[in-house]
Design a protein around this ligand. Sequence first.
Ligand SMILES: Nc1nc2c(c(=O)[nH]1)N[C@H]1C(S)=C(S)[C@@H](COP(=O)(O)OP(=O)(O)OC[C@H]3O[C@@H](n4cnc5c(=O)[nH]c(N)nc54)[C@H](O)[C@@H]3O)O[C@H]1N2
Ligand SMILES: Nc1nc2c(c(=O)[nH]1)N[C@H]1C(S)=C(S)[C@@H](COP(=O)(O)OP(=O)(O)OC[C@H]3O[C@@H](n4cnc5c(=O)[nH]c(N)nc54)[C@H](O)[C@@H]3O)O[C@H]1N2
Ligand SMILES: [Mo]
Length: 751
Amino acid sequence: MVDIEQPKKKAAGVPAVLSSFKFGFREMGPARTGKVFLKMNQDGGFDCPSCAWPDPDSKRKHAAEFCENGAKAVAWEATRKRVPREFFAGHSIDELNEISEFELGKLGRITEPMLLRAGSDHYEPVGWEEAFQVVARHLKALVDPNDAVFYTSGRTSNEAAFLYQLFVRAYGTNNLPDCSNMCHESSGTALSRVIGSGKGAVTLEMLEEAELIVVVGQNPGTNAPRMLSHLEIAKKHGADIVSVNPLPEPGLMNFKNPQRPSGWVGKGTALADQHLQIRIGGDQALFLAVGHLLLEAEAAAPGTVLDKRFIEQHTSGYELYSKHNAELDWPAVEQASGLTRAEIEEFTQRFIKSKATVICWAMGLTQHREAVATITEIVNVLLLQGNIGKPGAGPCPVRGHSNVQGDRSMGIWEKMPAAFLDRLDAEFAFTSPREHGIDAAETVQRLQRGEVRVFFAMGGNFAMATPDTAVVHKGLRECDLTVHISTKLNRSHTVTGREALILPTLGRTDHDQTANGPQSVTVEDSQGAVHLSTGNLMPPAPEIKSEIGIVCGLAALVVPEVGEIPWADFADDYSLIRHRIGRVADGYENMENRLRVKGGFLLAHAARDKREFKTSDAKAQFSANDLSWLPTSAGRLLLQTMRSHDQFNTTIYGLEDRYRGVHGTREVVFVNPDDLAELGLKDGQYVDIVSEFAGVERRASKFRLVSYPTARGCVAAYYPETNVLMAADDVAKGSNTPVAKGLTVRLEPVS
Ligand SMILES: Nc1nc2c(c(=O)[nH]1)N[C@H]1C(S)=C(S)[C@@H](COP(=O)(O)OP(=O)(O)OC[C@H]3O[C@@H](n4cnc5c(=O)[nH]c(N)nc54)[C@H](O)[C@@H]3O)O[C@H]1N2
Ligand SMILES: Nc1nc2c(c(=O)[nH]1)N[C@H]1C(S)=C(S)[C@@H](COP(=O)(O)OP(=O)(O)OC[C@H]3O[C@@H](n4cnc5c(=O)[nH]c(N)nc54)[C@H](O)[C@@H]3O)O[C@H]1N2
Ligand SMILES: [Mo]
């Protein structure tokens, strides 16, 4: 039943714990629930497959180091439900396409390879050997290896990712788009350029020592819930916390820590000291203004605001930046950000007061046309006060998928640097291609032109995660072959090429036994810590192969003669893979030994550890950006597409968005009450959302209006239902990330 109520003022607490167990029992039953929840994020256990938030070290761990949404992710994977072969026999492809994404995900784990033969309209079971032969036949038939695309989603372990990219490069292409292209690519692009590393420069300990923490464009209460415990600790140490967000996300407003009894009965902690209810796309203006005010304050009281020594020793471009930012068009800043000058001044005072500032961000910043410039603007502000490479300070992009950062370290990137490829070639005695491959947005464009012959996916749900849903589906249907290595069914399996394969694989929670005994894999979290993950549950079926087993089996057929690569040995003993990773991937030297330390090891980060910047001039670089923002005309609003509390990306766990007060539906659009009044619309009414990009209209039909305290002129709706509104060619400058926040839309009433 659809029910819309007032948004919650508090997050987590007892309802979060109850929700974890309710979902756990439903999917796994009580015994399995206990077994799994107690092993999660513990030494010797498995890494939570949900977000990339790091685990605390052993002494600070709780007995249950998980959150409500991590518990849902695990229960979703560790479910006892299975999709039997009769299900496929009983449903044609057209019928499978009638089943909603939510229902597909609920069907259970897939247990055997399924093949859709050319001309058939039903998937049928097939042996592993034949499945591999089908892939080999198609790949070998391609004259140009670049006609195949190999996508990766960020759950894949380091070992699997390393072998996968090795296989793809041995085959002859760098077409390795990944979910990161749609996620933190803007962060990586900006940070690499200005501080010399695409990774965040803040560890958990550093975060807890901060005096000011700014959380920009992120909803940690839902998407990185364990982050709230660390914000709470920082707060106890006296940190100021500011949220910059068009929405008053409850997790940041008030948090009841479910891991401590006081969080169950007490009032909770009011985390944010200030909430800047920014207009969508107004962040660059905001940080431009903060920089301006910091420069002004320093001029008024020299030697008290900026870290001049740091600026002189470690940065370049300060003169240009300070000159560029000496004048500020305040009315434009206020219009762009929707904030008042007084609010921005109060915010800046917090920077002036703080000796150690961390700025965290996620998709609210990265999925904008001007995301790269916005992130460099944030770095400008940090550099002014020397807020990098010291305790309590630094840029902290909070990654999405649990191993998305590790996958990149392993070489999952369409434009991996030559140094990595040189080491890879030397290690395995072959020559990998040097021509850059295509990213996710370019893959969509190639699909649009019908130019992809084989689409291969290591996890994920490309058909739903990408923009311009209809275009992507048409392109996938024109492929000769689509292949998905997955744990559970999703839309990407039902939108098929002429031939299609579903290859079932083990998940993070599954026990992985090879001829050589039980195996573990490794992951790298958002802050660059690497540790082991060992599944402890009986796999859904004995035939299921690990991702590593699948890649090795395929590679042995497709590229047996390329280089010196012991595929069969790798499949049996993952420590052999780690040995090779240690010789190829940056920072992973000697990883097997370093993993023996409880909790794993932290990757070196020159900027964080030594204030060394691996940029073009070996300095941290200021950037002079012009003000950019998203103006709208009459009757037009800015739409952001975001996650509810009950989903993991395209996986829908349920129809509840508890904190925002939405129950029983996902087809809603949140609109400010004053905008509703101005547009002559009413809460509860139904509208079509119509996006307008480059003169083309796209439509998402029949969404219920929800009057909600979002910023004026800014509306919000859930992804992936609204991906139909995104244009394939609307991407962020410099990072090519599809624009998922800040779409220009209008709302058309429907009866
Ligand atoms: N439970 C759960 N956990 C997850 C995921 C999940 O789906 N479910 N997904 C994982 C992945 S892959 C990722 S990338 C992360 C995503 O984590 P988030 O980035 O938190 O995800 P979104 O739901 O996209 O939320 C975007 C936030 O930015 C705000 N925002 C939107 N536009 C703007 C803007 O212009 N400026 C500012 N300042 N704010 C803005 C929105 O109001 C919202 O709070 O979470 C990861 N963890
Ligand atoms: N409009 C809009 N679009 C967006 C976003 C947005 O905010 N708005 N966010 C973007 C972001 S940040 C991201 S990261 C992408 C996400 O894009 P993807 O990573 O492609 O999508 P997911 O929904 O995370 O993929 C879920 C599927 O992965 C498979 N899976 C789960 N676990 C495993 C495993 O262990 N192994 C294997 N092989 N498969 C597994 C399951 O079949 C499941 O259905 O979407 C992007 N798209
Ligand atoms: Mo993501």
